[in-house]
Design a protein. Structure first.
Length: 98
């Protein structure tokens, strides 16, 4: 995916990772009936916020990190035909370590 968006400040672009959900009896649950995914992969990271002195505070997440984010956080946009979220770093709840 060629990214044409550069996040500003403490914002980042995350691609939600949707897992196909199947019931124990084998029925596939359609996307419209599922909850919003809360897991995603970081596609782009802003330079970080500024502190009171005007110095940049580096971000704790990097491109490629897998993260858990707040259920209703961020703004959903379409980028190259795919749904992505623009979130603030504070909307990230945890890094997923594999």
């Amino acid at each position: 995916m060629s990214l044409k968006v550069k996040p500003l400040g403490d914002r980042l672009v995350v691609k939600p990772l949707e897992e196909e959900e199947v019931t124990p009896s084998g029925i596939v649950i359609p996307e419209t009936a599922k909850e919003k995914p809360q897991k995603g992969e970081v596609l782009a990271v802003g330079p970080g916020d500024r502190d009171d002195s005007g110095n940049r505070v580096p971000m704790d997440v990097s491109v490629g990190d897998k993260v858990l984010f707040a259920k209703y956080g961020g703004t959903e946009i379409k980028l190259n035909g795919e749904k992505v979220l623009i979130l603030r770093e504070s909307d990230i709840l945890a890094l997923i370590e594999e």
